[in-house]
Design a protein around this ligand. Structure first.
Ligand SMILES: [Zn+2]
Length: 71
């Protein structure tokens, strides 16, 4: 898996921003303030998007592959 690759938004082609879940740490809050990441909130469920577009607010991708089995 190459997590460094950011896909483009399927709607407008803007480079996607990774969605971070859980309580935002200080560093994450700073990144979010700069628009480098999107904070998805503390609840992570099936179908939660991995990527967000900050231009048109499209959410896409499936975050589940990030998790290994048994968790
Ligand atoms: Zn977009």
């Amino acid at each position: 898996m190459n997590d460094d690759h950011h896909p483009s938004c399927p709607q407008c082609g803007t480079p996607a921003t990774p969605v971070h879940y859980g309580l935002p740490a200080a560093a994450a809050s700073e990144q979010a303030a700069r628009g480098e990441i999107v904070v998805g909130g503390g609840v992570l469920g099936a179908g939660s998007p991995r990527w967000a577009c900050t231009r048109c607010d499209t959410r896409f991708g499936d975050i589940r592959p990030l998790f290994s089995s048994g968790n």
